[in-house]
Design a protein around this ligand. Structure first.
Ligand code: ARG
Length: 461
């Protein structure tokens, strides 16, 4: 196929170079956005008297027909085309003749591709937001169903203080809520139209950029044409938002992998989200969680690649920027894929409360509460802390735990200890009473649920 820009050249592009230069294999996914942008552009040209109404109608109908045919499969994308913009324009011209050649008046592929990508990412952000919402809903439901289930809370992966399984799950809800907020912020800053910036310097035609911006649902204009065609901050912002989603999914996956090991056995993943081994008949592997954890690296790579691609670029457009798309598309696909598997995996996973409780009972996890008990009786915290440390050492010597250490031992350590201590350090009391704001107690749990519901309402994506 002859290039649209062939006029200036005396030779055709080298075959290898042509392949190297082409982006149709990955940018064809933006055909809907490209067509929407072109229809808005044609309408603007007509409104400004640059095209006649009939020409605009012909172009609009032509583009509509192309969209329908691409949707139905009647028209296939030509893999030989240079990119989606050239492909659609050439099909339009084949179909409607000379009028098709007028569409590119007062426009360049540089503003065209920037518009397409913003529109595309805006749509994708909505889809990912939907998946995040369903993840948050699933976690909330699971948490409500297991609000009384006690498990060990860890620091340094050492048993630290008792928490509820529900509290642990809500911690992830908070992360995914922030992810939603970050997506919304990204879209808010991205939603400015570069259309009409043209190649880099604007145009001498009397165009109406506000008209196209409004038609395409943008909140405003890129105010500097050179910035408009060369800005890819929105890709970086999207990639960082996606990277943090992957960080959260990966941390959660790591816990799921640990929790489903025999050493923990806090949960049982559903058979439909685990795999077997080709040699070890007993195996049930958490492959989905491992893959999510592994795929996080790809998304971070997409972010790093894009930052590096941009960092040395002089203004305005440079072909390096064609590389933005594969990175951002790969990250979007990866995150969507991960979330689509993760949500039902969480939904079907079965918590094993007895095992969680048993683990919480073994590790002096109520030692802080015992110190707090002494503080309640009037001892300064630091002294109480020291006494309890010595009691833990004594328990280890005797091979017992704080809940079973005899009263004489307690009395010998501090005369302020009384019989009520055993009730005060029971795990139910330790957990249920932690009602400081954000704590793992019952009242705090209800507060968190209210907070999550309110925050979700505040996000419009
Ligand atoms: N395929 C190109 C890209 O993705 C479109 C813009 C081409 N512009 C140009 N001046 N060659 O960046």
């Amino acid at each position: 196929m002859e290039k649209m820009w062939a006029g200036r050249f005396s030779k055709a592009l080298d075959r290898e170079a042509d392949d190297f230069n082409s982006s149709i294999s990955f940018d064809s996914r933006m055909y809907r956005q490209d067509i929407a942008g072109s229809i808005a552009h044609a309408a603007m040209l007509a409104k400004c008297g640059i095209l006649t109404e009939e020409e605009c109608q012909k172009i609009t109908e032509g583009l509509g027909g192309i969209a329908d045919d691409l949707e139905s499969g009647a028209l296939a994308i030509d893999p030989e085309a240079e990119d989606i913009h050239m492909f659609l324009e050439s099909v339009l011209t084949q179909r409607i003749g000379e009028t098709g050649k007028k569409l590119h008046t007062a426009r360049s592929r540089n503003d065209q591709v920037a518009v397409d990508l913003r529109l595309y990412l805006r749509d994708e952000a909505k889809e990912i937001a939907g998946l995040l919402r369903s993840l948050i809903d699933t976690l909330k439901r699971k948490a409500e169903a297991h609000r009384e289930v006690i498990m060990p809370g860890y620091t340094h992966l050492q048993r630290a203080q008792p928490v509820t399984f529900a509290h642990h799950l809500l911690a992830y809800c908070m992360m995914f809520l922030r992810d939603l907020g970050r997506l919304q912020d990204t879209v808010r800053r991205m939603n400015y139209s570069p259309l009409g910036c043209c190649a880099l310097a604007g145009t001498t035609y009397r165009t109406d950029r506000l008209f196209t911006a409004e038609r395409l649902g943008f909140d405003g204009l890129c105010e500097n044409s050179m910035d408009g065609v060369s800005d890819r901050d929105f890709c970086v912002e999207m990639l960082s938002a996606l990277s943090l989603i992957m960080v959260h999914l990966s941390r959660f996956s790591e816990e799921i992998i640990l929790w489903s090991s025999w050493e923990f056995k806090f949960i049982e993943l559903d058979d439909s989200f685990t795999t077997g081994s080709s040699i070890m008949p007993q195996k049930k592997n958490p492959d989905m969680a491992e893959l999510v954890r592994g795929k996080s690296g790809r998304v971070f790579g997409d972010l790093m690649g894009t930052l590096t691609m941009l960092k040395g670029l002089p203004l305005a457009y440079n072909k390096d920027m064609q590389e933005d798309k594969e990175a951002v598309f790969d990250a979007l696909e990866t995150v969507k894929h991960c979330l689509s598997v993760f949500v039902p995996m969480i939904d079907t996973m079965k918590p094993l409360p007895d095992n969680m409780l048993r683990a919480a009972q073994k590790g002096f996890i109520n030692a802080t509460d015992l110190a707090d008990y002494l503080v309640g009786k009037g001892r300064p915290f630091r002294s109480a802390y020291k006494t309890v440390g010595q009691l833990v050492a004594r328990c280890l010597e005797l091979g017992t735990v704080l809940d079973e250490l005899p009263m004489e031992e307690y009395r010998a350590a501090d005369p302020l200890f009384e019989e009520d201590l055993y009730r005060e350090i029971s795990l139910e009391v330790c957990v249920g009473r932690r009602n400081s704001l954000g704590g793992c107690g019952r009242e705090s749990f209800d507060r968190q649920l209210c907070y999550i519901a309110g925050a979700l309402k505040g996000i419009t994506l």
